[in-house]
Every structure is written in C-alpha cells, then in structure tokens.
Design a protein around this ligand. Sequence first.
Ligand code: SME
Length: 153
Amino acid sequence: MEEVRYEVMTLAEAAPTAKEVMHGVCKLLHERMLKYNWVGFYMLEPGTKPPVLVLESFVGAMTPHTRIPLNQGICGAAASSGKTIVVDDVSKDSRYLACSLETKSEIVVPIFVKNQVAGELDIDSHFSAAFGTDDQNLVQYCAEVVGKRLEKS
Ligand code: SME
C-alpha cells in the first residue's frame, strides 16, 4: 500500500492538469488494488442549484449514475456531510444507488478545495467489507492530493 501511495505522489507531480491526476489515480488504484473494481471521481457542477455531483474520470463498467443530487445515494451523503463513508454491505444501506449488481461494498471520500467540498472519490468492490483502515487512509490520501492540485489550478 505504501508503494501505491508513493506512485500516486509521483503521478501527481508529473501530471500536467488536475483532470490528468484524477484519471491517473483511477487507473492506478484500479490496476494495483485488486478489490477496487470501480474507481471514479464525482465533482460538484459549478453554479448548479440545487447542487449536483457529475461523473468525471472513472475506470470500470459504465454506471447509470452520471449525475447525483446531494440528497441521493452514498455519494450524495458523503458530499453533503463532508465525511468519508464506508459501507461494508451495500445491500443493507438504504441510501445505496446500484451501479453494478456485483458491487458488495463501497467507500466514498469527499475532496476539499479551500475547505469546501468540491467532489469525491468513489470506489466500489465486488467483495464485502473490502475497505479497511489502510484502504481508508490510502483513498483519503488520493482525495487530498487531488484537492490540493485543484486548489492550485
Ligand atoms: N453507489 C453510489 C452511486 C455511484 S456508483 O457506485 C458508481 C451511491 O450510492 O451513491
């Protein structure tokens, strides 16, 4: 996991734009973390009222949820609370919006730009309870890297 964190750091230094950092993070996490079966960024659409999360970069199967209002889904809950949400069994969470029938667990980590939620990093797994403390730290690190990069642009 340390190695993946290092690769994220290297990638963030080399990528010319925040969008490329996001795409690189999706590819890297999907390739290197075997239980991360869908990895994607949702970003708040500037100026839209009420606010809506829009799918940006992702790696994995196409999802029907390309636009998610803040009062829907685990994605909406993470963005509106500004807190990381880990769901060990998505079938037991009434907020869950299904993206693939194979998904068993999910983590959503908000991305902050200038102390405000700007979007989030969402990861689905085909395995139950795939996201432990180390995973949470890694995904939070990736979200921080992207937030800092967006702050600079
Ligand atoms: N499961 C998410 C929707 C996004 S898909 O997982 C890609 C949710 O409940 O908000």
